[in-house]
Design a protein around this ligand. Structure first.
Ligand code: FES
Length: 157
């Protein structure tokens, strides 16, 4: 567990909830940026639900806070402003539409690249909102842009 974070040049998450603000403020702001335990997190309020995810797009470090939110294939996604990758708010799954040119006629369908963006758990107690960072030890692509190495690249994104 610790070795994974060392290799990724990241601070291991505490597994404890971090206070991120009052629910009313987060609703009003719609998008809020917080640095929690050394990790840059985007908190999104959309249609009655608060979500939290790594704030830099897993593809090339784009700023997801500037992305539009749209529904694709029944999933609410943030669309990265840089190259328009669609990342689900709930799971951090990247989805894309493609058609098989061998199919006659080709029919565009939705496909998943799997979970690429790390999402975090949002909880609320008496109007206070907390984010507990994901303790999933599997490498998730957005981890790269949270470490020292990724900082240089994300600055160019
Ligand atoms: Fe987000 Fe490329 S940086 S789609």
């Amino acid at each position: 567990f610790q070795a994974f974070y060392r290799a990724m040049d990241l601070k291991p998450p505490s597994g404890e909830p971090n206070f991120v603000g009052k629910k009313d403020e987060l609703i009003k702001a719609k998008r809020s940026f917080r640095t929690l335990e050394g990790r840059d997190i985007l908190i999104i309020y959309h249609e009655g639900v608060l979500y939290a995810m790594d704030s830099y797009c897993y593809h090339a470090g784009g700023k997801l806070e500037l992305g539009d939110i749209e529904e694709f294939d029944g999933k609410l996604c943030i669309v990265c402003p840089n190259h328009k990758y669609k990342i689900s708010l709930a799971k951090g799954e990247c989805i894309y539409k493609a058609s098989n040119p061998r199919e006659k006629p080709p029919v565009p369908r939705w496909y998943s690249k799997g979970v690429k963006q790390r999402t975090h758990t949002v909880t609320e107690t008496d109007g206070d909102v907390f984010v507990t960072l994901s303790t999933e030890t599997r490498f998730i692509e957005s981890d790269y842009f949270q470490g020292e190495k990724g900082k240089v690249e994300r600055a160019k994104a």
